[in-house]
Ligand binder design. Structure first.
Ligand code: ARG
Length: 465
């Protein structure tokens, strides 16, 4: 990046009598990070020039020169032959200056009827719209992977937890579909956010609109926006679309972080419920036996920066008077990092999730160890006429006996169980088995294996449609 510091080089240098302080120049420049908007800046400019020619502000020849010039600038950037200049502040002035270098005086006409204020707002929206579409696809891939795994594990029994204490048996497929539901809501939120991103600020100019006979409907159509924005002041100052995206991202990351926490727990020797493939883990430089679940740990850790970016943007906006303020230049790094982080985490998860393997025997043993069918025994008594509170008491005593004897309810003899209630008969063993327990929860949203398979089928249909 070059650092020449001449007043004359600045597109706004006319009213200034001394060069910008060298430190201030670097301090106020955004080109170091906003150059990633170059593609969207250029397509926005091409649409703007096309519209200006259609309404007669530029001649057709001027428009053609500008478009050719901008395409050449884009090719230079992509070939790594573009010298970004800090003294030209940002991506917008860098691109425009290079255009003028290439095509001469006509290049200086591109900025007619617009300002960097509506230009930057347009660029970010175009950028974010494209990234939303990439993220939506990655989210879809993760959802497909989860369905694949849930279907494979529809019959696998594990302990379900409340308070991280064994509660009732559930199927692993059912547990996975809980994560699936969170991701469905995340995907909905993303699409909802996209509607508000896809509105075009261009034409607002600096803040009040422009005196040229622009046709904003043309530019909006060329750029694939749903419509031009309604109010010029709002258009150049609003960043709530970016905040909304970051809040989508914070919720998604919160879900992935909770999921990660479980994967980390489950890979530990203490749980030993699942195996993550080696390619998603790393070792320790000192402890030869270690296989660490780095991917879930990192995803859990990265939730912090995404939540932080949401708070950064909210705080950035909270005291800004209308309309554009330079504060808004600070919107980009949090937004870009949120996009990068979410894409990385989703890619890792979409690749990893279908490759998770369940250790079904360990899950089953854990479900048996924790008296997870105690509620089933209480329900059995209730169905035979015992009031629920009394049933609860009876089963509590049976559990205390099991704890003392180190035996699950299903491992007691009928005589032993009858010490607590003589209503208990031989048929009790049908409800005390893990299969009996999960199969009995056979309704929409329940954990029974056939409900899991039905939920997977519905979800697949929804994903396809
Ligand atoms: N680099 C600026 C930003 O990111 C572009 C808009 C600058 N506008 C201005 N009036 N200084 O927000």
């Amino acid at each position: 990046m070059t650092d020449s510091n001449k007043t004359s080089e600045k597109p706004w240098g006319g009213r200034f009598s001394e060069p910008t302080d060298a430190f201030v120049e670097r301090f106020t420049a955004s080109v170091g990070f906003d150059q990633r908007l170059y593609h969207h800046d250029i397509i926005g400019s091409i649409a703007h020039a096309t519209m200006l020619a259609e309404v007669g502000v530029l001649t057709a020849d001027e428009k053609d020169q500008i478009i050719e010039g901008l395409q050449a600038v884009k090719a230079d950037i992509e070939a790594g032959e573009f010298q970004w200049s800090v003294s030209l502040e940002d991506v917008h002035m860098n691109v425009e200056a290079r255009l003028t270098d290439r095509i001469g005086i006509t290049g200086k006409k591109l900025h007619t009827g617009r300002s960097r204020n509506d230009q930057v707002a347009t660029d970010i929206r175009l950028y974010l719209r494209d990234e939303i579409d990439v993220i939506a696809e990655e989210l879809q891939r993760l959802r497909q992977g989860l369905l694949e795994l849930a279907e494979r594990e529809a019959d696998t029994i594990m302990p379900g937890f409340t308070h991280l204490q064994t509660a009732q048996p559930v199927t692993f497929g059912h547990h996975l579909l809980a994560w699936y539901e969170m991701l469905v809501r995340d995907a909905d939120r993303l699409q909802d956010c996209r509607k508000r991103v896809n509105v075009m600020p261009l034409g607002a100019a600096a803040l009040a609109g422009t005196t040229y006979p622009i046709d904003r409907a043309i530019t909006a159509r060329l750029l694939g926006f749903d419509r031009p924005s309604e109010n010029s002041l709002d258009s150049v100052s609003d960043r709530d679309f970016a905040i909304e995206f970051c809040s989508f991202a914070a919720l998604l990351m919160t879900h992935l972080s909770r999921f990660s926490e479980e994967l980390v727990l489950w890979t530990s020797a203490q749980f030993d419920f699942i195996d993550l493939p080696d390619r998603f883990c790393t070792g320790s430089s000192i402890m030869p036996q270690k296989k660490n679940p780095d991917v879930p740990e990192l995803v859990r850790g990265k939730t912090g920066r995404v939540n932080g970016h949401l708070v950064s943007l909210l705080t950035l906006m909270k005291s800004q008077p209308l309309a554009y303020n330079k504060d808004n230049q600070e919107d980009k790094e949090p937004l870009f990092d949120t996009v990068d982080t979410v894409k990385g985490c989703l890619k890792a998860y979409a690749d990893m999730v279908p490759a998770i393997s369940a250790k079904a025997d360990n899950m089953r043993d854990a479900a048996r160890r924790g008296f997870s069918t105690a509620t089933d025994l209480a329900d059995y008594l209730v169905k035979k006429g015992v009031p629920f509170r009394d049933a609860h008491e009876i089963v509590g005593k049976a559990v205390a006996f099991g704890v003392a004897e180190s035996r699950d309810l299903s491992e007691m003899t009928l005589a032993e169980l009858r010490q607590f209630s003589d209503i208990i008969g031989e048929d009790v063993f049908g409800v005390l088995t893990l299969e009996g327990s999960v199969n009995a929860r056979n309704h929409l949203g329940g954990t029974a294996p056939n409900q899991v398979r039905a939920a997977v089928a519905r979800a697949r249909q929804q994903l396809a449609g």
